[in-house]
Design a protein around this ligand. Sequence first.
Ligand code: UT7
Length: 325
Amino acid sequence: MAVIRSVIRSVGAYLPKKVLTNDDLSRIVDTSDEWIRERTGIRRRHIAADGELTSDLGIAAARQALVRANIDPVDIDLVICATATPDRTFPATAVRIQAELGISNGAAFDIQAVCSGFVYALATADNFLKSGQFKRALVIGAETFSRILDWSDRTTCVLFGDGAGAVVLEAQPQHGTREDRGILATRLRADGRYEDLLYVDGGPGSTKTTGHLRMNGREVFRHAVQKISGVIEETLLESGYAADEIDLFVPHQANARILDGISRKLGVSPEKIVVTLSEHGNTSAASIPLALNHAFEQHRLKEGNLVLMEAMGGGFTWGAVLARW
Ligand code: UT7
């Protein structure tokens, strides 16, 4: 039976020019390259220049994705930007991205699910495309976490970086089988009882400030492997695929030890995992499209590949998306 699927037409990404290494950080807080590498797998991160906004990063990533898809911006009718570091409290960062790209059709809005933002945004766009409400979507994950870090807190400031990634999705008729191209299954979860384990201690409605990121890393770590593995198992069950049929596992990039734990639990072989966090740290909602872009540029991501994406972040929020490229 013919169905409409959201086919991922292309990916693009952007990292700010300025690089901050672990050694640079050891001159700011009491840390070391050895500690950061061993506990997280991170070697360096990119930091947005003064005046370089989340939307600027998103626009650069989106432009690359549009060129690679050979799609004119005017043919995009949905722009979703996943970000926890918007340019301003309002309007949405997606609206500035839309305007700068010359898009004035359809809708544009932000999604706030922190590190799970890209997975949430993909699932949202997928439902709009499948319902026939929109035809082509630009889904962006863009963050400038450097602006909400407490640069005197070594337990958090070494972990995050700035960056953006984007994909173009297009509604296309497919056969309605598990061999279809496009998004095959999505699973989104949230549990607000854990809000105090990872949060920002400010906001327009409470402190009237932006605030700084606070995290109980050990507790977040403890939940991550279990919650992410669970949502992946549900996604695979829904789609009828087994873990060993996945061609490429593109996880949120928070900690190399979390990725090891998940892949061991699920039985995904290490060569199928895309790991990029050594180069840019945890970029929150940008990390999955940055990793997709890396895999694409390394010729590891090809048409027909079965790709599994997952993320977990503040809230807690977590989720997974299974797609055939
Ligand atoms: O994207 C959202 C999801 N976020 C995550 O998934 C993050 C999950 N958590 C983690 O990745 C890890 O918990 C961290 C990397 C944040 C921390 O690693 P850990 O192995 O859980 O370390 P810990 O928090 O248990 O700290 C161990 C020690 C402590 O010292 P004591 O109490 O044992 O003396 C910390 O004070 O390491 C110390 N420490 C540091 N030492 C040097 C904490 N941060 C640093 C640092 N440099 N940057």
